[in-house]
Design a protein around this ligand. Structure first.
Ligand SMILES: [Zn+2]
Length: 302
């Protein structure tokens, strides 16, 4: 299954390459190999800018089909790509992910994917996001949770760049609930836990980095694939509650952008703070069982 997924992703990337301006095609070709996981370092981006002779905006827009190639959309067949630029200047691809047989609330939007991808890599804010379709209301609200929500710029094809606040006038956000900081702020909740299991330690570290100022459900998920690779996800809570992105979803973004097939999940771990007002256990179990029916979930309530 892994090979099939890799082949089809690589095929989609190579098909998408054909849509790029020819100077960009040759400049980016060495990057788009089987190890490409949708991260373009600042230096690589600057090099692509000079080789392609495109503007910053033109280059980001040109790269969107490559981001959308990571889409998993068995329900809508609607492929959305997003590129988030972290405060470090590095760029992170994201794409929408849909899951058959589970409720639609489990869906991950491309903007959530790109932002989670940047967070996993340690970014503490997002400077701008480039998307191939207008951001839905859910994503505008999700992005309003970011540390950089007041300065975040949004770029769409054939549009002038606008700020998130122009897309979301009179917005409601963390400050309305007295919360300082925001999503992607560097935090440690000082939870403590001891284990020899790399899977549990990974889930625990994710819980310590999670953003859950409303429910206090500091939580993290780790996924171990049949090939032994482990991916983590932190909970990303939202002031408007419903646009919150559960820790499983962030871990699934991590695995998907790392070119893994989700049916290859062998083990999973969910760790959450028992003092939180909610629990992810039931929905995490349900979605994981559907993706990989034989996987084993370990659960720790701290
Ligand atoms: Zn959306």
């Amino acid at each position: 299954m892994t090979t099939l997924h890799k082949d089809s992703l690589q095929q989609r990337l190579e098909e998408s390459m054909k849509t790029l301006p020819s100077a960009l095609q040759s400049a980016i070709a060495p990057l788009i190999n089987e190890q490409f996981t949708g991260v373009i370092a600042k230096e690589q981006f600057l090099s692509l800018l000079s080789q392609s002779e495109l503007s910053d905006k033109e280059l980001r827009l040109a790269l969107l089909p490559l981001a959308a190639a990571f889409s998993v959309a068995p329900i809508s067949n609607f492929y959305v790509g997003a590129i988030a630029r972290g405060v470090s200047g590095d760029l992170y691809f994201g794409a929408n992910m849909e899951f058959s047989n589970v409720q639609l609330g489990q869906t991950i939007h491309a903007e959530q994917s790109a932002i989670s991808h940047a967070w996993i890599h340690g970014e503490t804010g997002i400077l701008d996001i480039t998307i191939n379709f207008s951001p839905c209301g859910h994503c505008r609200q999700f992005m309003n949770e970011l540390t950089t929500a007041d300065s975040l710029m949004v770029q769409l094809p054939e549009r002038d760049e606008k700020s998130l606040q122009e897309y979301l006038p009179e917005s409601f956000g963390p400050k309305d609930l007295g919360i300082e900081g925001g999503l992607l702020a560097k935090v440690s909740h000082k939870l403590t836990f001891e284990s020899n299991s790399p899977l549990l330690i990974t889930a625990f570290e994710a819980a310590n980095r999670s953003h859950a100022p409303y429910s206090k459900n500091f939580s993290g998920v780790a996924l171990e694939m049949n090939n032994g690779n482990i991916y983590s996800g932190m909970y990303a809570e939202n002031a408007a509650f419903n646009p919150s992105l559960p820790p499983l979803q962030v871990a699934l973004v991590h695995a998907n952008m790392s070119r893994e097939a989700l049916s290859e999940i062998k083990k999973a771990a969910l760790i959450e703070d028992h003092k939180g007002a909610i629990s992810h256990l039931a929905i995490t179990t349900c979605t994981l069982k559907d993706l990989s029916p034989n996987m084993v979930l370990e659960y720790v309530s701290l």
